[in-house]
Design a protein. Structure first.
Length: 318
């Protein structure tokens, strides 16, 4: 049974990072400290683990189970925990979902299988419907659908069928471009059983939120959760002047984190946490590689420009 029954995935949900030792083993002590730092931010509604930000692609099933256990032990009595489901096969995805529910996660974030995204499966809605139905049959936990852009995207008619036929789908983590995201907001959030649109367009977050997203789920929340909460709350109360001021604080980090190569975004966030004194080292598992000193210096400049310190940014943003 989830620790937070009837959790509704909306609001600000940071996706946390995973700390490693120099030998690539999981550094539980530093990971716990990171989880605590993020959980201490007022206004967040949940924390996500075992997702892209925590390099789930490079973690075994046993490691994913341990990561979830560590997360729940550290902050699970205070906040709902969203557990990522990263699997190309639907049977394996269902097994991961059972594990998450048995270990008391409150929600699932289901990443798209490569077997759908890489090979044209998005034009066969029965593939997505079957994948999510098998997960839903394995657990009663609410589901967040990770909606990628481009060829990995589930078309809107497919999303609407999924929402109608699989009642535990409660939100999408939406990485779509602006026009498509607006369509998702208008169509999904107006259903009789609304499906929340959570923006993951962190490179242009203010614009995304002002279209009406009911929340955000973002890896950069591992670094700037306090600014994300402040921005979301300002947009929710219609205070666009304050939102613009906060967005100006976020912009240097967005420009820094979300540049090419895009796959290094969470690598950059780890380096940011080291520069801020929140992590002891920025080790990533191969094939990700250590950033150059030049890029690390650029991250430091972005943090300084944004006014982000060890204890956060809001004392200066107030």
């Amino acid at each position: 049974m989830p620790r937070f029954k009837n959790f509704e995935p909306r609001g600000v949900i940071p996706a946390t990072l995973l700390a490693f030792n120099e030998d690539f083993s999981i550094d539980e002590k530093s990971t716990r400290k990171h989880l605590r730092d993020v959980a201490n931010v007022d206004g967040i509604t949940a924390i996500a683990t075992n997702a892209h930000a925590s390099e789930v692609h490079a973690c075994s099933v046993d490691e994913q189970r341990r990561i979830l256990d560590v997360t729940l032990e550290e902050i699970g009595n205070e906040l709902p925990v969203v557990n990522g489901i990263y699997a190309d096969g639907s049977q394996q995805a269902a097994e991961l979902a059972r594990m998450a529910e048995a270990n008391h996660a409150s929600c699932l974030l289901v990443l798209p299988p490569h077997s759908i995204g890489m090979f044209g499966g998005q034009v066969r809605p029965e593939m997505a419907l079957t994948h999510f139905r098998m997960i839903a049959d394995a657990t009663d936990l609410p589901i967040i659908v990770f909606q990628y852009p481009g060829t990995y995207a589930y078309p809107l008619p497919t999303l609407l069928r999924m929402a109608d036929e699989i009642p535990t789908i409660r939100a999408i983590k939406d990485w779509s471009p602006p026009a498509q995201q607006e369509e998702h907001i208008r169509a999904l959030q107006s259903l009789s059983r609304p499906v929340h649109v959570l923006s993951t367009n962190s490179a242009w977050l203010m614009a995304s939120l002002t279209m009406g997203c009911n929340g955000l789920l973002s890896g950069s929340g591992s670094v700037i959760a306090d600014l994300q909460v402040a921005l979301f709350e300002a947009v929710q109360r219609g205070d666009l002047n304050s939102a613009k001021e906060i967005n100006d604080r976020i912009y240097p980090t967005a420009k820094c984190f979300y540049t090419e190569p895009f796959g290094d975004m969470h690598n950059r966030m780890k380096e940011a946490l080291v520069l801020l004194g929140r992590l002891p080292r920025a080790v990533v598992r191969p094939p990700l590689m250590k950033l150059s000193q030049k890029e690390i210096s650029g991250i430091e400049s972005a943090l300084n420009e944004a006014g982000i310190k060890r204890d956060g940014a809001l004392p200066e943003a107030a």
